[in-house]
Design a protein. Structure first.
Length: 416
């Protein structure tokens, strides 16, 4: 009965996206990316005879979370081919050329027929779902096919459906996983409370990923010239709600300070509107050069892919999304060591809660609160910077725990 309601919801969701696709670019990408998916999958797989490990990520953030595990799996099991799927266009369109996977495509909608056909075509030897992905029909088909399924970097909260009196359908879905690695003790306790003990407190693989960012960071000459040894605030993944606070802040701040602003989405009209609201000189990255960049106070990034490297130039970071949409990755900034600022809706992000408690991250609700918090850190950012850097360093190691689980599962299957 409940599975029928679930499947009806999936079909209704597809119908809605098809209806809005002509008017919505993201919906259009979602629909077009899944058109004739089975033909494309057959073409991708070709005559492959090697075992396949399937990794699934909802979007770009979850991919970055899973990337250390993908690359560790590749190193330990080089005889496997790796299939990477995405739910969202914001993940697939940015990482469709990622060379760490052999096959990359959109995950077909979670209907019974799609799930059955997908698992039959791929024949994965092991499957990984990163953080929040729970798809009933895929999990059921994998269980039926005897494929080990691992969820990692997962995090659970008491208000989720799994823990509601009426959430039996969703609780049963979790039982399809052979092992779940979670980020915190609260998640371990919640799962134990519903009878799930195949659980490991594994931490968050993003720490492993961001620790690599420091080593692999790329030099950005225009950003270095723009900074010109002036204190710099890097704004990562800015939404309009964030800029509504940041623009009056920078207009009124009377000490030496520069801003690099990386919007969450690159929209020319929006960037130009923000520039007009500023009383200080600004320039777009695509229009800047090393000879004149230092004459501007605000640099707008109008491309995708360089944010993680931009943090190396900052003394401070403001991370967007925590006013409404969802807090962006704060660990990329924290690993470089700096005070962090973001909006008030951060309690669903364990790392944000931790860093606030440790006194190196500062939630703010408006421009006066940002000015007060920032001014205190401006005079002496070193202590908060050290705390954030050390926080990342002591949480490294989640990838190794995932690989330990993989080794154990493969050993158990070999004995069967």
């Amino acid at each position: 009965m409940v599975s029928g309601i679930y499947n009806t919801g999936i079909f209704a969701f597809q119908t809605l996206l098809r209806a809005v696709a002509p008017f919505n670019p993201k919906a259009r990408l979602w629909v077009e990316g899944r058109r004739n998916w089975s033909d494309r999958l057959r073409q991708l797989l070709g005559g492959n005879a090697q075992p396949i490990a399937w990794f699934h990520a909802a979007s770009l953030g979850e991919f970055e979370q899973g990337r250390p595990v993908i690359e560790a799996f590749r190193e330990v099991y080089p005889d496997y081919k790796i299939l990477l799927t995405f739910f969202s266009p914001s993940g697939y369109e940015v990482r469709k050329d990622y060379d760490g996977a052999d096959y990359i495509l959109y995950l077909p909608a979670d209907t019974p027929a799609n799930a059955r056909q997908f698992v039959t075509l791929v024949r994965p030897r092991i499957a990984f779902f990163i953080k929040y992905e729970f798809w009933y029909n895929y999990l059921r088909e994998l269980k039926t096919a005897g494929v080990p399924v691992v969820s990692f970097s997962a995090i659970f909260r008491s208000n989720q459906l799994f823990f509601k009196p009426w959430g039996q359908f969703y609780r049963n879905m979790l039982r399809y996983f052979d092992h779940i690695l979670v980020q915190n003790q609260e998640s371990v306790d919640l799962l134990a409370g519903i009878g799930l003990n195949n659980v490991t407190l594994g931490g968050d693989t993003r720490f492993d990923r961001v620790s690599q960012v420091v080593v692999t960071k790329k030099a950005i000459p225009i950003a270095e010239a723009f900074k010109a040894n002036v204190p710099l605030l890097v704004v990562g993944s800015a939404w309009p709600e964030d800029m509504n606070v940041l623009i009056p802040f920078i207009n009124r701040f009377d000490k030496p300070l520069k801003l690099i602003v990386a919007p969450h989405e690159i929209r020319d009209e929006e960037i130009e509107r923000w520039r007009k609201q500023l009383t200080k000189p600004s320039v777009r990255f695509s229009q800047a050069d090393t000879a004149t960049a230092s004459s501007f106070d605000v640099l707008f990034i109008d491309n995708i892919g360089m944010l993680s490297s931009l943090y190396q130039y900052g003394e401070f970071a403001f991370i967007g999304g925590a006013f409404k949409q969802g807090l962006h990755n704060i660990l990329e900034a924290a690993t470089f060591g700096m005070p962090l600022f973001f909006g008030p809706e951060y309690d669903k992000y364990q790392e944000a809660v931790d860093l606030v408690n440790e006194g190196t991250a500062f939630p703010i609700g408006n421009e006066p609160e940002l000015t007060t918090a920032f001014t205190k850190q401006y005079e002496n950012p070193a202590e908060a910077a050290q705390i954030s850097r050390h926080y990342v360093q002591r949480n490294i190691g989640a990838t190794a725990k995932v690989m330990e689980v993989v080794k154990k599962l493969k050993s158990e299957r070999a004995k069967e």
